[in-house]
Design a protein around this ligand. Structure first.
Ligand code: IMP
Ligand code: MG
Length: 181
């Protein structure tokens, strides 16, 4: 059995770069939401490492919840159809919502989620995404907190998967084409 790192063409962001970036974002969120009822909503499963590290860098009270959504299929390209697999545990009316995501690619997932959650009357709704792949954008979406801009390569690690694997890599890297071609 080969090691995961043999499938990585190039590391884009290592553990230290990610840690420093998340620290900055956490500080900013702590300033922006002071005195507000903040609820972070992680999009399963890709946001799990980011969510876990981000909340430790936020030093104001906040709650967390998770949603699971799926675009049909599990190929390396998204289909554009979004389906809710797990909804929130609690009401969000009057709360300040921050959706936590691993990457904004076409924008389809977050566009759908933002519109869906807006219908429940939160006080505000914003997005924190670790990565942003602007070249692939198909719908408009604005993230208040964005970690790194990335080129149009298929990435894995730090939550990002290929066929549910590689999420546990502590860094973000480009997956070798021969792995998925
Ligand atoms: P969007 O709806 O096209 O913005 O896609 C969002 C979702 O697609 C992300 O939450 C990821 O799960 C997945 N995704 C997009 N780009 C990549 C990538 O480069 N590697 C792994 N997953 C990706
Ligand atoms: Mg995802």
């Amino acid at each position: 059995m080969s090691q995961m790192k043999d499938d990585i063409k190039e590391v884009l962001f290592d553990e230290e770069q990610i840690r420093n970036k998340i620290r900055e974002i956490g500080k900013q969120i702590s300033k922006d939401y002071i005195g507000k009822d903040l609820l972070l909503i992680g999009v399963l499963k890709g946001s799990v490492p980011f969510m876990a590290d981000l909340i430790k860098e936020i030093d104001i009270p906040c709650s967390i919840d998770f949603m699971a959504v799926s675009s049909y299929g599990n190929s390396s390209t998204t289909s554009g159809v979004v389906r809710i697999l797990k909804d929130l545990d609690f009401e969000i009316e009057g709360k300040h919502i921050l959706i936590v995501e691993d990457i904004i690619d076409t924008g389809t997932t977050l566009r759908y989620l933002v519109d869906y959650l807006k219908g429940r009357q939160p006080a505000s709704i914003e997005i924190a995404s670790l990565l942003n792949k602007p070249e692939r954008r198909m719908v408009e979406i604005n993230a208040k907190y964005m970690g790194f801009e990335v080129p149009d390569y298929f990435l894995v690690g730090y939550g990002l998967d290929y066929s549910e694997k590689y999420r546990n890599l502590p860094y973000v890297g480009i997956l070798k084409e021969e792995v998925y071609k």
